[in-house]
Design a binder for this molecule. Structure first.
Ligand code: BJW
Length: 229
């Protein structure tokens, strides 16, 4: 990595799989018979808020039981030691990157531990279950708090900062993501277009695997520390 300065790392659910958090797609990628595309939309929330709150309450509870794995730790070490620009863009709504110590990190699809009041528009830390919306700590309105998660059809967070980092990147690395969800799935092509080398780390080829110059297939907890060394 001697002639590299600027690194962008995109992470997905496969990065946290070995910590014990389920991925979205594939054989185990269903939640109580629902596809994520049917639960993670503003329309689903408007239709059946209790169902959607249940989905996120269960995942928030599960998150409290798990720990970062060797992939998170290796990325946090790289973040601490890399002298050039580095940005970890995670699609994950868990906090395992920050618990491992990563600092240069963006959550483009929101965070489980955050609530968003649709009445007063405030966002705030939310550790426990939301039940049916809870009371907003800012305006005290009951039943108007939603998970601070980017659902299908909504604009992912921090797109401007992400685009700027990708355009400048010398190396773009994609870890444990299926490449099924845009705009994240398109980052590799933008990075290539602007001259970055591209590396995929995954259990198996993703939907965009042909866009990567280098591919390393195996568990993230093994392949990420090997790459960082
Ligand atoms: C391992 C492993 C191990 C397993 N080691 N690897 C262009 C074309 C078509 C459609 C669209 C388009 N642009 C936009 C759309 C619409 C839509 C979309 O992409 N639809 C697709 C289904 C086609 N996108 C949107 O609506 C987005 N918004 C948007 O585009 O706004 C407009 C806009 C315009 C212009 C610029 C910018 C924006 C919003 C998308 C929001 C996604 N939200 C979700 C749910 C919320 C979060 C949550 O509940 O947690 O985010 S969906 C879900 O998928 C979640 C994830 O972050 C996301 C990606 O999933 P991920 O991480 O890739 O997981 P999996 O399960 O798919 O894959 C796991 C991978 O890990 C696999 O590859 C395994 O092999 C691997 N793996 N174990 C290494 N141990």
């Amino acid at each position: 990595m001697s002639n590299l300065r600027n690194i962008v790392i995109l992470t997905g659910a496969g990065t946290s799989a070995e910590s014990g958090l389920a991925t979205f797609r594939g054989p185990d990628g269903l939640w109580e018979g629902h596809r994520v595309e049917d639960v993670a939309t503003p329309q689903a929330f408007a239709r059946d808020p209790a169902l959607v709150h249940n989905f996120y309450d269960a995942r928030r509870a599960r998150l409290a039981e798990v720990e970062p794995n060797a992939a998170h730790t290796a990325l946090a070490r790289l973040d601490a030691e890399w002298p050039g620009a580095l940005l970890i863009v995670t699609q994950n709504v868990d906090d395992l990157h920050e618990r491992a110590g990563a600092k240069r990190l963006l959550h483009m699809h929101g965070e489980l531990a955050s609530g968003w009041c649709l009445r007063c528009n405030e966002r705030f830390g939310w550790a426990g279950p939301m039940g049916n919306g809870g009371a907003c700590p800012a305006c005290q309105t009951v039943g108007m708090v939603r998970p601070d998660i980017v659902w299908f059809g909504e604009m992912p967070y921090e797109m401007e900062r992400i685009d700027q980092a990708i355009v400048r990147a010398d190396l773009f690395v994609s870890i444990g993501t299926s490449g099924a969800v845009y705009p994240a799935a398109g980052f590799v092509q933008t990075a290539r277009y602007h001259g970055a080398r591209t590396l995929e780390i995954n259990l198996e080829p993703s939907q965009g695997s042909l866009f990567f110059d280098e591919r390393r297939y195996g568990p993230a907890s093994v392949e990420v520390p090997k790459w960082v060394e």
